[in-house]
Structures are given as C-alpha cells and as structure tokens.
Write a protein that binds this ligand. Structure first.
Ligand code: NAP
Length: 319
C-alpha cells in the first residue's frame, strides 16, 4: 500500500482550502470527499458573504470552482467516505467503504451534519415532507404551506429561499427573539409569505405517508395545538461529524475536536479544521481559513519529519 503524504478527510471549504494549499506545496494531497461532496455549501442556494463575490455566488458554483482550483495544483479526489481510522500507528491508517490508506499526515475536515429534532414522525417522514435542505427540496413544495423550525441564520435564510415555492412559510421558534443576524431578520419580517410562531416547539410530526400536520407546544403556556402543513424544514444547528475519531482525538463535551491555535490535535501529524473543530464561527470563510492554516501546519510538520529521518539516516516510516 502506497503511503500518502497527506490525506484530507472532507471536501467542504476547510478541506478544499487545505487541498489548495497542500497542492501548491507539492504534496499531491488525497481528498476523501465524503458522501456530501463539497460539504454544506453544496446544499446552500446563495452565498452572499464569501469575499470576492460582490453579487453572491451559488453554493454549487463555489464548490465547483474550489474543486477545480485544488485539482489544478495536484490534489486528487477520492469520492469515498472515511469509515474507520487508526491514529495510534504511523503512518496513520484510514479505512473507507471501499479501500484502505496510509498517510504521513492527516487533516480532519469532516464538517458537521444537521441536528435532528428527535420527535416522533421525524425520521419516518424524511423525504416525505421532512427536510433539512431548502435548496435540495424546496421545488417539491411549490404552491404548498410549510413550516420552518429554528431561529438562527440558517432557518431564516432557508425560509426566505422557500418563499420562492411555498405559498406560506411559518417559522416556529422556541423563544420570542431570533438568533439570526439583523439583515436576515429584516428581510424575513418584510416578506409577506413569512409568519412567525413564537415560544413554540414541534413535539410530533404527523403522517402517515406524507407530512400532514405538526403538533405544537407553547413553551410559555404549555398549550398544545395541531397545525396542518405539508412540509417541515428543520434548521436547528449542527452536530460535528467526529464519531469515527472518538477515543483517538480529544473532543469537547459536544463532540467538537479540540485543537490548539495552530489546528493541531492531540496526535502529532493530525490536524483538524472547519466545523468539526469549530463550535463558534462556522462560516464558509472561517472554515476555509482554518483549512489553509491546517495545510501550512501539515507542510511544516512533514518537513520536520523528513529532516528528523535524514539526521538519523533512516527512512520515514513507510516513506
Ligand atoms: P444556530 O445559529 O445554532 O441556530 C440554531 C437555532 O435553532 C437557534 O435559533 C436555536 O434556538 C434553535 N434550536 C436549537 N435546538 C433546537 C431544538 N431542539 N428545538 C427547537 N429549536 C432549536 O444554527 P444555524 O442557524 O444553523 O447557524 C449555524 C452557524 O452558521 C451560525 O454561526 C450562523 O451565523 C452561520 N450561518 C450564517 C449564514 C449567513 O451568514 N448567511 C447562513 C447560515 C448559517 P435558540 O436561539 O433558542 O438557541
């Protein structure tokens, strides 16, 4: 089995920025893309805050551009997902669903996945009215009344997008104040198709075959009510995709990988960048920045590894 210089786990903004930097450092990095190629931008309709795009850019186009840019510098893409790792050995070992790899250095940029509500009916009705992606599924709700759950930037941004299709979008939020940024709040409040249901949570999603209604509970009065709806879009935050690193990489209580200021994990030679290690900022641009930092660190670490091997007159493990 050939030993890779650097394997990057994940192909979102962090992973691809790392691939561009490592490619330009002549490392010929291998990117294991994961199942959601391009990460969260791939399911984002419009990105307005990525520097350099004053008129905005669609998520799909940004993904296509950064992938092309990384490949131009020699990054190789493997459309597969890391399923198991062993960072206790060096070279590090990574198993995907179809192959095994060895690498001298690894950048974990596996991102985060949508958080679930955890209420009856949610899982059973995914794809039948329950969705976590307006860009992907909005079209199916043309002429329908839908609800959006959440009060952050994602909920409002997606609710605004969904007004292109739905006749009415009710945003259900568990408090009476939104977490979303001011600009999105203003846009949502000015949109005639959007209505807010405050201080309320969804306690059940009803089918049986397609979504027909949700049960709402007012958290202030305790009252419950049924709201007929044909779609439930859930945007209540994310959970880091760090499960396969459990027991090997240090994590906080929410599963975010702990790094120092230089993107280093507790295992020398393993770096982490982007949403899998960032419970605070979680922006495309901050993730891309972290990916670049992780690649710069990986390049330095590999050079030191090489230098140590030379000074002892031995070959680097597996090199
Ligand atoms: P978020 O900011 O964590 O917001 C999650 C929302 O869901 C909050 O309003 C939260 O309520 C609510 N929530 C959480 N758990 C819930 C539950 N079990 N039941 C009901 N409601 C629940 O997540 P996000 O909106 O996905 O945004 C993530 C990050 O990406 C943020 O930093 C955001 O700024 C960024 N982002 C930026 C843009 C943009 O700049 N255009 C777009 C999308 C996302 P509480 O408010 O009561 O906690």
């Amino acid at each position: 089995m050939a030993v890779e210089n650097l394997i990057i786990i994940g192909s979102g903004p962090a992973g691809m920025a790392a691939a561009i930097y490592a490619g330009r450092a002549n490392l010929s990095p291998l990117v294991l893309t994961g199942t959601m190629v391009g990460g969260q931008p791939s399911i984002t309709n419009e990105i307005e805050n990525f520097p350099g795009f004053p008129d905005g850019i669609t998520g799909a186009e940004l993904v296509e551009r950064v992938h092309r840019q990384a490949q131009r510098f020699g990054a190789r893409m493997e459309y597969d997902e890391a399923a198991e790792v062993n960072f206790q050995v060096h070279p590090f070992w990574i198993k995907t669903y179809s192959a095994e790899y060895k690498a001298k250095a690894v950048i974990v940029a596996s991102g985060a996945s949508p958080r679930k509500l955890g209420v009856p009916g949610e899982i059973e009705l995914i794809g039948h009215g329950v969705s976590y992606c307006g860009t992907c599924d909005g079209f199916f709700f043309r002429g329908k009344e839908i609800v959006v759950v959440g009060g952050g930037d994602s909920a409002l941004e997606e609710a605004l997008f969904l007004t292109r299709f739905a006749t009415r979008v009710r945003i259900i939020h568990r408090r009476d104040q939104l977490r979303a940024s001011y600009i999105l709040q203003e846009r949502a409040r000015q949109n005639e198709k959007i209505e807010f249901i405050w201080n309320s949570v969804v306690t059940e999603i009803h089918g049986p075959h397609e979504v027909t209604a949700v049960t709402l509970k007012n958290v202030v009065t305790g009252e419950t009510s049924m709201l007929p709806t044909e779609g439930v879009f859930i945007f209540i935050g994310h959970i880091p995709n760090s499960q396969i690193f459990r027991g090997q990489l240090d994590m906080d209580e929410n599963g975010y990988i702990v790094t120092d200021k230089r993107t280093r994990t507790n295992i020398p030679g393993v770096f982490a960048a982007g949403e899998v290690a960032d419970p605070i900022f979680r922006q495309n641009v901050t993730s891309a920045g972290e990916g670049a930092r992780a690649a710069i660190e990986a390049v330095r670490w590999l050079a030191e590894l090489e230098a140590r091997a030379d000074s002892y007159g031995v070959e680097t493990a597996g090199a």
